[in-house]
Design a protein around this ligand. Structure first.
Ligand code: BES
Ligand code: ZN
Ligand code: ZN
Length: 497
């Protein structure tokens, strides 16, 4: 799909007309260049109340010589937001059929540049399907769709700039979805690492370092090794550094990358286990965010660390009862091998301290308990800094990706540090508050500044995306599968600081 901006009055192909609720005829502002037949066809539908322009609604008018039209509902003009425009754009894209052809012209009415750009963003985000593994129909040549956004001369430049930015960010979102949707027989730690390596070749300002299995053992990454050693696909850590020569502190992103989570020796039940291919969603979020930043020419320094492993049961797999020690030097009593995300992250978080972070954010499909608490509607958000947590919550709101504040209570920390034989335990004492105990566990592995044992802990946030990374039926930016959530949130957070 190619989106261009034009100040011309011409209508090419199918007209897309976003409208506010209550409009009974075509707004004057939209009439330029519309053939008479098309105008009367639209006016008839509006006057008869057949199209009410409710939020996310669409109606297709295919009227022979009068041309083709897609009407798009924005809801009431009094309470319309950029989010409604984005959702409308996505709904329009989802409604496009073969009969509409490949050329489209969007004609807005009383919309600011930010709103028009959001509409285009919605179209771009929704323009995604994962069909790598489907046989292609030779007959069906998928010609690229051409979308022309029409606006006034004076809006054109600003609109183009915004659309270009969203195009770059969308590439990041789609990369995250591609990684998440890829079946686990083809997406394992080494494949992810190779992809990152190849990807970085396209950018002069990004370096990728791979810490392979042997190096991880030597370095003392006991958490990563404990989780990944039972698989024939060995674990690794992948580190992305963007603009590494820029001086000063930088954001460090950390991602859980379990390419498949069987639960290990604490084997999961069989039903829906296939969904555990999405358990590398945190690493996909981080990789996708780096792509979005690279595509939009971000000039600041950013580091991302992904902890890649496959959690398998095997003769040499970690057992419940094992005590392990990772980079931090703290020991962990492994009481359940299915609580593996926190083990790999314990090394990723500790490693993050080496990059003088301004802040650390980790992303993880960490707990079923978070899905119980928030469903597929919001990501769980914890932080050791209330202001920082609010900042992330607001960045999420700004792009309509909800991240909901959750409590990091001392009682949960106590629960996770009262192992009889080790410094920490990877399982709470009871079954309640599982998403909170997981966050409290992670906090034990967030280093202090300069690893000074008496120093201040680095500002850190944890985002549990177990419910939002996939299976979110109410997310109108995606048809099914991986959502690519929070690439936009974090791009917004980092580029608006
Ligand atoms: N990957 C799962 C969490 C998960 C569950 C993600 C459902 C997406 C959907 C994680 O590794 C896990 O198994 N967590 C356990 C932790 C428990 C053993 C303390 C869980 O949530 O049951
Ligand atoms: Zn698990
Ligand atoms: Zn997991």
């Amino acid at each position: 799909m190619e989106i261009t901006v034009s100040a011309s009055d011409n209508i090419n192909g199918t007209l897309i007309l976003p409208l506010y609720e209550g409009v009974e005829e075509i707004p004057e502002e939209c009439e330029r260049g519309l053939p008479q037949g098309m105008k009367s066809q639209i006016n008839r539908v509006l006057a008869d109340g057949d199209f009410k322009a409710k939020k996310k609604s669409t109606m297709s008018l295919i009227g022979g010589e009068d041309g083709k039209v897609i009407l798009a509902g924005l809801g009431k003009s009094s309470d319309v937001s950029v989010h409604d425009f984005r959702k409308s754009g996505a709904a329009v894209f989802a409604s496009i059929k073969k009969v509409h052809g490949n050329d489209f012209t969007v004609r807005f009415n009383e919309a600011g540049v930010a709103h028009m750009a959001a509409f285009a963003e919605g179209m771009m985000l929704r323009n995604y399907s994962y069909d790598e593994y489907k046989m292609k129909d030779e007959e069906e040549t998928d010609a690229e769709k051409q979308i022309r956004l029409t606006c006034s001369e004076k809006e054109a430049e600003e609109l183009s700039t915004l659309v270009n930015k969203y195009r770059g960010i969308t590439k990041g979102v789609h990369l995250s979805r591609d990684l998440g949707n890829c079946p686990p027989n083809d997406m394992y730690p080494e494949v992810f690492a190779d992809m990152a390596w190849e990807w970085a070749k396209d950018f002069d300002n990004v370096d990728v370092t791979i810490i392979n299995y042997e190096q991880a053992i030597k370095a003392g990454m006991g958490g990563l090794v404990a989780v990944g050693k039972g698989s024939s696909r060995k674990p690794c850590m992948v580190i992305f550094e963007m603009n590494k020569d820029v001086k000063g502190r930088c954001p460090v992103l950390v991602g859980k990358g379990i390419t498949f989570d069987t639960g290990g020796i604490s084997l999961k039940p069989g039903a829906n286990m296939d969904e555990m291919k999405y358990d590398m969603g945190g690493s996909a979020t981080v990789f996708g965010t780096m792509e979005a930043l690279a595509q939009t020419g971000h000039e600041g320094k950013v580091v991302a660390i992904t902890c890649m492993a496959e959690n398998m049961p095997a003769a040499n797999a970690t057992r419940p009862g094992d005590v392990i020690k990772g980079l931090s030097g703290k020991t962990i009593e492994v009481l359940n091998t299915d609580a593996e995300g926190r083990l790999v992250l314990s090394d990723g978080l500790w490693k993050a301290g080496e990059y003088d972070p301004d802040f650390i954010i980790d992303f993880a499909t960490l707990t079923g308990a978070c899905v119980v608490a928030l469903g597929h509607e919001a990501t769980g958000l914890w932080s050791n800094d209330d202001d920082f947590r609010t900042e992330i919550h607001e960045a999420g709101n700004a792009v309509d990706e909800l991240a909901w504040p959750m409590p990091l209570l001392p009682a949960f920390e106590k629960e996770m540090t009262d192992s009889k034989i080790a410094d920490t335990r990877n399982l709470g004492a009871g079954r309640y508050g599982g998403a909170n105990t997981a966050a409290a566990f992670l906090k034990q592995f967030v280093p202090n500044r300069d690893y000074d044992k008496d120093g201040e802990q680095i500002t850190w946030a944890h985002m549990d995306i177990a419910g939002t990374y996939w299976g979110a039926k109410s997310n109108s930016m995606v048809k099914n599968g991986a959502t690519g959530v929070h690439v936009r949130t974090i791009h917004h957070l980092i580029t608006n600081r």
